[in-house]
Design a protein around this ligand. Sequence first.
Ligand code: G6P
Length: 619
Amino acid sequence: MCGIVGYVGDRPCRDLLIAGLEKLEYRGYDSAGVSVISDGEIDSVRAVGNLANLRAALAEHVSGNGGVAVAAPPATIGVAHTRWATHGRVTEENAHPHGDCEDKIHIVLNGIVENHAELRKELQAEGHEFSSETDAEIVSHLIERHYHGDLAEAVRGAFGELRGHYAFVAMHLDHGETLVAARKECPLIVGLGGEENFVASAIPAFLAETRRVLTIENGELVTVTPEGATITDAEGHPVSRQEDEVTWDEDAAEKGGYPTFMKKEIYEQADAVAETITDRLPGLDGVDLSGVALDDEFLRNAERLMIVACGTSYHAGLVGRYAIEQWARVPVGMDIASEYRYREPVSRPNDLVVGITQSGETADTLAAMRLARDGGSKVLAITNIMGSQATRDADAVLFTRAGLEIGVAATKTFVSQVAAMYLLALRIAELRGTLPPERISELIAEIKRLPSKIDETLANVDRRAAAIARSHKDQRFFLYLGRHIGLPICLEGALKLKEISYIPADAYAAGEMKHGPIALLDEDTPVVCVATDSPVLDKVLSNVEEVRARGADVIAVATEGSDRVAEVADQTLFVPRSDWMLQPILAILPLQLLAYYIARENGLNVDQPRNLAKTVTVE
Ligand code: G6P
């Protein structure tokens, strides 16, 4: 989730650009950069680390006489960027802006160019020279390829060749009053000033300067000059757009107009999963984990997988275990990292140990991974954070790319971890030939549909979850019941409720209920049941009947069209139909919202619940 901001107008732009980047810091980043046109040249400064480092690099650049333009007030056009590394390490060379061969075109990009490898090869064959490992640099060279004097036309030409989801802004030395930007999926907003205009990945970047905005839609390009902004479609046909007035205050703007970070992040889940999967599922015939440094031969022959994790990450691992065992037929062990590290686990050279950790810094997970490595196993880290300790300790890393999560309750990082586990499971199945190719294609097609189904689910269940929360906000205890893949979703749903609403909750394998917990049930106990379509649905429904026989109130999560569930439950939250093994990514959404609204009904701060820290630091 990189941040981009561009400015063209009549004011010195360096400080405006850096101020814009500061407002995008919440998205998370590991390096930053800024380019401006001044004195007949493009002057660019980049730095690894935070914006203080970029400021220091700028100061040094000026005092060392390395350049005048970035420091000198006359520069009135520029682009700036905060990078969250996806392709290529965290280095100054990989930081944006990126230039073309003649250093006349500079671009900043947010998102992922899926066909970067083939385009890079083509461009290299034509003589283009690259100076970074990024997918983004392709864009400046592609614009160069299409440039014959008209920047907008060149950007349109480049846009037509790119696949993926991204938004970028380009400027050209010979067009000192023009920025051209394009949007494919990732957000892009123009901020309209007087004799100046902005273009950015999010409104906070320019909200201190203007509240008049134009939203660029998917598949559109925009040419921005000091006089205004012209939008076209991908063929160059003009598109008219109504200007909007932003009414949020700055605090709300950081939250994208949502009342809390948690709600915003719940609504970012489609994007998070899209980021996890896109370039790794280039077609329908297989999973591309080439960036992960896992040896195919090893994956083909590993005797066992062992998953270690804490909290929400552990629940994602549980879902992953079902997928790996079912699709790839490899035995999978699971352990809570704080348990694994203090027993004497047997780790063997032919084991793959998977440490799942959003932060990459959780002490118990890191210790468990090290222990496994010392025992001779190969260790794969699944993490969201570039440069975290887990990435340094592991043999291989699969990044979830969910973007920075500010709310303490893990939401979007959970669904992207589950998606990453699906990718791993399918890749192993592919290598071992445990699923027919048609089944792999079918599953890939379904995984690719998950982002839009996530949006659909949220749109469908939000109000209903809020209403259920209102009627249950005073309840003193909740029981969550599920079987198979429904069980980790219950564990995660109950964890969300405990974590942010402080209401006691327990989650149980529904088949275990008769062995004790059934004693807890009476008319005052709401029972949340994950009853999505699956081969164990009949069993789950029998458990629902048992619960109802004790007078408990049943809140069920069911697959759309599953009337059998609606008939026995008191309240039903429907999620769209998908392959049943993929349902967890959809089924968790109503449970996140339920926990969220119960906490809010009770007036609690869901972003920073008591006694919790987002990152557990290394011991
Ligand atoms: C903390 C967080 C949880 C998270 C757990 C593991 O308890 O509050 O949301 O699931 O740590 O964190 P990790 O970064 O290792 O996934």
